[in-house]
Design a protein around this ligand. Structure first.
Ligand SMILES: [Zn+2]
Length: 282
């Protein structure tokens, strides 16, 4: 237990154990390191897992260290995720824990207190005036892949940019600010396709519908938000990925419920990557 910005976090996980677990999947996926980060005198390997397929889904998780559920879902349920994807011909590129020192410390940022989220792109809103996010959907002159940011962001951004954009992309986060077990999501693409996922989640945990979640954003009736926040999800939307989302569960949601919600969206995104609407037969 400990406190981050006045909020309680409940998990403290040893990244050495986590890394051992990820490496143990070498028989199921191509497990490799896309980089290392040095934090507090320790070198942390950054893992990428690849399972080939005809179409591609990118899964990212662990940008924020006090949001452990996504990295844990991927570590605990990877075999069934891979089996589901393989059955649908979908390849996976998985970045399960992007900020290892934050994950280990249970802190939002990395051990150097840098903020490894967003910072994928910048918007030029007027000549020479660049912004990291847009409020609403205003016109802008152009966007550009950003080249700065914390070491974890640079590492994963560089690796993601080496590959062609996938058919779908899901970034798994948590919300450490809102009270009570709940879920909502930031999405781009046809919202109708996400409604079966929201309905499946609603059987497990409250969906935050028409709720103000922070100073910028209010969810719609399905618990969905569109926000050009400069994140990996925003970047993939700009690259033309038709299905891109950032999934949230509150950090007070029981871990088993977070796993269930995360798996509903992961399977749904495998379906979308395969060209199938969730809830419809393949
Ligand atoms: Zn987050």
């Amino acid at each position: 237990m400990g406190t981050v910005e006045g909020h309680t976090y409940r998990f403290r996980v040893d990244y050495t154990d986590y890394a051992r677990r990820i490496r143990s999947f070498a028989s199921l996926a191509d497990v490799s390191e896309y980089g290392q980060v040095l934090e507090g005198g320790r070198e942390y390997p950054l893992f990428r897992l690849i399972v080939p397929g005809k179409r591609w889904l990118v899964l990212t998780s662990g940008f924020h260290g006090e949001e452990p559920a996504g990295p844990l879902t991927l570590a605990e349920h990877l075999p069934e995720v891979i089996a589901y994807a393989k059955a649908r011909g979908v390849g996976l590129r998985i970045y399960p824990c992007i900020n290892p020192s934050g994950f280990e410390d249970g802190t939002r940022y990395n051990r150097s207190d840098e903020k490894p989220n967003n910072d994928f792109l910048r918007y030029e809103v007027a000549p020479g005036e660049w912004r990291g996010e847009l409020n609403g959907d205003p016109p802008f002159l152009r966007w550009a892949l950003y080249d700065g940011g914390p070491k974890e962001t640079r590492a994963v951004r560089t690796d993601l940019a080496r590959f062609a954009p996938p058919d779908a992309a899901l970034d798994i986060h948590q919300d450490n600010y809102l009270p009570g077990p709940a879920t909502y999501a930031y999405t781009f693409g046809d919202k109708a396709a996400y409604r079966p996922l929201v309905a499946a989640c609603a059987a497990r945990v409250a969906v935050l519908r028409q709720r103000k979640v922070d100073e910028n954003n209010v969810t719609d009736a399905d618990g969905l938000i569109e926000f050009h926040d400069g994140s990996v999800t925003d970047w993939y939307m700009r690259l033309g990925v038709p299905w891109a989302a950032t999934l949230e569960t509150t950090t007070v949601t029981p871990l088993a419920t977070c796993h269930a919600v995360n798996l509903i969206w992961i399977r749904g995104f495998v379906d979308l990557a395969a060209g199938v609407r969730p809830g419809e037969p393949p």
